[in-house]
Design a protein around this ligand. Structure first.
Ligand code: 5AD
Ligand code: GLU
Length: 484
């Protein structure tokens, strides 16, 4: 028996729902449903047509509630692809709590006993009821540093995409899981998808590049996403979405999406020249603290839509105007989708961004990401990629701001420049070349000296949002960072 099979047996034995997984039956189930109903197929069409798929988040505690929610998001919101957002107990593998609350939710019909759908407690048949209730493909979205059993059940349950990875689901979501342990957990998930792929069932994987969602400089998101792409491709994954979050400054965000696309394909071709993998990009609408005011929240969402119209990610994850107040109602969630779509359609197909400025920003984002990626991937020394990633986080050569994880150095500090783009007030131990540091300093000093004045802001509250974030940093922002 292979060591992967032995690991699978242990994982599947850990909960009764694991015992229901029959790989051969599951392969047949996916074939019966047909590849045209899969996430990878929808992504492939979007890539071919240069179209951006919209996906909301959404998860409630019961099967009937989840089906109703997904239908609402598809029919009223026009979602192209659907979520199965998983509850926190399942994410943390506290199955005794999720089992108990799932039972109670189904008995009472209460949708909010859990903050998402408990795939593992519900089991394969219930997951299939949900994933087959809509024509649109469904992805399991969560935040679990150890998602091995969840992946088994969700995929056997009809999900055709699975979010997360060794870095992006450990660094922002877990305090105590080491990167090393997380790498082991995610090799399993990727290998599982690789096994399905060998049997013609292509499960899309996605790197949650938004990371902590708190002023993450784009190059850091790109470096982490690219590394997860390579890790996945090594295990035979055939469809992968690299991700990045909205920073809030149009030019930087458009450049970041373009740099993400470019670097991922360059590094994939370099590291695994023979891999046949459908590579796509995903853009997360602003993941930081959201404005409480509805109009301002909608402006942030609309700005993301405008950004996507220029940056053309393959997929965008939407937010709602209720974000500041908690998990959105189905109505508000659908409205976020409709606003996003309407805004994207309202924008002219003629270029409306300063292409010169985008190219310049794209160049520098690429240079920064390359410094990190070359540090990890360059200079063949025989060590496996996982070991190199662990060492890079230990030395701070890979670093993520505001990460709760103990194995992340957290020496890098972000700061917005005079144009509101995210720069580094401290590069920590990131392996940046001199010219990168000089440019970063020059941009920040323009802001600090205030010599230039500041451009007029359309989004008044974005400044207070950044002030919120910076409140927790070593250097508190002035009350209004961007006076009129
Ligand atoms: N349904 C909808 N959105 C959810 N989020 C988390 N759980 C759910 C859920 N069950 C969203 C939050 C926030 C992001 C972290 O995920 O509203 O936008
Ligand atoms: N990774 C999650 C997603 O993108 C973030 C939201 C959450 O934690 O539920 O759906």
């Amino acid at each position: 028996m292979s060591s992967f099979q032995a690991a699978r047996d242990r994982v599947l034995d850990s909960h009764p729902s694991g015992g229901e997984v029959d790989f051969e039956e599951s392969v047949l189930y996916h074939h019966d449903r047909g590849a045209r109903r899969s996430f990878t197929y929808a992504t492939g069409r979007a890539l071919a047509e240069s179209h951006t798929l919209l996906q909301p988040r959404g998860g409630v505690a019961t099967v009937a509630g989840q089906i109703e929610l997904l239908r609402h998001l598809a029919e009223e919101g026009g979602a192209d692809v659907l979520p199965l957002t998983v509850d926190s107990y399942t994410r943390q593998r506290d199955f005794s709590s999720s089992d108990e609350l799932w039972g109670e939710a189904e008995r009472t019909g209460s949708l909010t006993l859990l903050n998402g759908f408990p795939c593992v407690s519900a089991g394969i048949e219930n997951c299939r009821k949900i994933t087959s209730a809509c024509e649109k493909p469904v992805e399991a979205r969560h935040g679990s540093p150890d998602a091995r059993l969840l992946a088994e059940v969700a995929i056997a349950g009809g999900c055709t995409a699975f979010e997360g990875g060794a870095i992006t689901y450990c660094v922002p979501y877990s305090r105590d899981t080491s990167i090393e342990e997380s790498l082991g957990n995610w090799v399993y998930v990727d290998r599982l998808c690789g096994e399905y792929a060998k049997r013609g069932v292509i499960i899309e994987r996605e790197a949650f590049g938004a990371l902590t969602g708190l002023l993450v400089p784009p190059a850091i998101a790109i470096a982490c996403s690219v590394l997860e792409l390579i890790l996945a491709a090594q295990q035979g994954v055939r469809s992968f979405a690299v991700g990045i979050g909205q920073c809030g400054e149009l030019i930087q965000d458009v450049a970041a999406i373009r740099a993400l696309r470019k670097l991922s394909s360059i590094y994939l071709a370099r590291c695994l020249p023979r891999a046949t993998l459908q590579l796509s990009t995903v853009f997360y609408q602003w993941m930081g603290p959201f404005p409480r005011d509805e109009a301002t929240a909608n402006a942030v969402i609309a700005l993301a839509a405008v950004t996507a119209a220029a940056g053309r990610p393959t997929r965008m994850i939407t937010k709602s105007a209720e974000e500041a107040h908690g998990v959105p109602s189905p109505e508000s969630n659908a409205m976020g989708l409709r606003l996003t779509r309407a805004m994207m359609e309202a924008v002219s197909s003629r270029s409306f961004v300063d292409e010169g400025a985008v190219d310049e920003e794209c160049y520098w984002i690429g240079r920064e990401a390359e410094c990190m990626l070359e540090h990890v991937l360059g200079g063949e020394d025989g060590r496996p990629l996982g070991e190199r990633i662990v060492a890079a986080f230990a030395s701070g050569r890979l670093d993520v701001p505001f990460a709760p994880n103990r194995y992340v150095q957290g020496r890098v500090w972000p700061e917005r420049d005079h144009m509101r783009a995210i720069r580094y007030s401290d590069c920590g131990d990131l392996p940046f070349d001199r010219d990168i540091r000089d440019r970063n300093e020059a941009l920040l000093s323009r802001r600090r000296s205030r010599a230039e004045g500041v451009e007029v802001r359309a989004l008044a509250e974005v400044a207070s949002v950044t002030a919120d974030i910076n409140f927790s940093t070593h250097e508190r922002e002035p009350e209004n960072a961007y006076p009129e």
